[in-house]
Ligand binder design. Structure first.
Ligand code: UT7
Length: 332
């Protein structure tokens, strides 16, 4: 059994097509000023041709493998966090075994929206510490652009989300000086309809109707204000709880990466936690909200740019549809 789960490599990939706020002005009644003022987002990436979440994840995974000095065949298991899987079934993790050429590798999809990366990290950490697997590929990948209503009717949601993928390779080690320190997660389904995608739904006969489509129930729907209100409370609460149970304080944290939901949410969380600007990382300006990919994508940018250095304490937190939430601590 391993004592610690180390980060062996990170990688990310976003589609080439940049969609600026001005481009959205051509599709719906919105303005660059509104989007920037309410969300901080300047641009996001959208796929150009049919591309699944698994295909976006492939280059991200290759980059993470390269950093780790590993090959796909070295992986013992795959966890794929997404709310936009390639298909309803089979899961995108399963598709990854084919794309990576490693048939037979255990593959698990998790559907925990913006908190997916933290849920997945907790699972990978438990698997590794239990001695079940030694090297686990953790992916967060989303293709939102094919699923949002890009007319004025859907503008509150459509302007926020972007496509992107990121991967982290976790590995077993007995060296306790770095790695995953702890992770916590939670969920409350009584808020399910505050941010959801209802159709097609297996509870309905039939799962989707023309009437449902006319009513736009096959697009994500969000009560933005309600989500905002809960996010700014739950994220700092989760981090504070996690720090406390590990006998650490905010002063020990070198860098905080909040899930990139909305720059205003990140700023409110930062304020709650009393952190200066140089200890918080945001990149939503460039990518929008990439849900399960947002935290590992930011982690990879920080690792590659040198913003995260060996020995740093990294805290991450997420909140999103479900509601689900979570936080994790890493020693780099
Ligand atoms: O990862 C977790 C997932 N989601 C979130 O975390 C999102 C959390 N919530 C939010 O980020 C914000 O609530 C939004 C950015 C979605 C909306 O900002 P808001 O300040 O809460 O605006 P609002 O929904 O109260 O809408 C204000 C006005 C409305 O018009 P009226 O009713 O005042 O005339 C909206 O129709 O802004 C209008 N509006 C827009 N206007 C231009 C909504 N979307 C847009 C848009 N462009 N894209």
């Amino acid at each position: 059994m391993a004592k610690r789960t180390h980060i062996l490599g990170t990688g990310h990939f976003v589609p080439e097509r940049v969609v600026k706020n001005a481009d959205l002005e051509q599709l719906m009644d919105t303005t660059d000023a509104w989007i920037q003022q309410r969300t901080g987002i300047q641009e996001r990436r959208w796929i150009e041709k049919d591309t699944g979440a698994s295909e976006l994840a492939l280059p991200a995974t290759k980059r993470a493998l390269e950093m780790a000095g590993l090959e796909a065949k070295d992986l013992d298991a795959i966890i794929f966090a997404t709310l936009s899987p390639d298909y309803n079934f089979p899961g995108s993790a399963c598709l990854m075994t084919d794309l990576l050429g490693i048939p037979g590798t255990p593959a698990l999809d998790i559907r925990n929206q913006c908190s997916g990366f933290i849920y997945g990290t907790q699972i990978a950490d438990a698997w590794i510490k239990a001695g079940m697997y030694k090297k686990v590929l953790m992916i967060g990948s989303e293709v939102h652009s094919t699923g949002v209503d890009v007319t004025t009717r859907g503008r509150d949601v459509a302007v926020i989300f972007g496509d992107g993928a990121a991967a982290v390779i976790y590995g077993a080690s007995d060296d306790e000086s770095c790695g995953v320190i702890d992770a916590m997660v939670g969920a409350d389904g009584s808020y399910a309809k505050e941010l959801w995608l209802e159709l097609p739904g297996s509870r309905y006969i039939p799962r989707i109707t023309k009437e449902g489509i006319d009513e736009a129930r096959h697009y994500p729907a969000m009560n933005g204000r309600e989500v905002f209100k809960h996010a700014v409370r739950k994220m700092p609460e989760s981090v504070a709880m996690l720090l406390e149970r590990n006998r650490l304080t905010m002063d020990d944290v070198n860098l905080f990466i909040p899930h990139q939901a909305n720059l205003r949410i990140s700023e409110a969380v930062q304020k709650h936690l009393g952190l200066p600007d140089d200890r918080v990382y945001n990149n939503i300006q460039k990518y929008g909200n990439t849900t399960a990919a947002s935290i590992p994508l930011a982690m990879d940018e920080c690792v590659r740019s040198g913003k995260l250095k060996k020995g740093d304490l990294l805290a991450v937190a997420a909140f999103g549809a479900g509601f689900t939430w979570g936080a994790a601590l890493f020693r780099m």
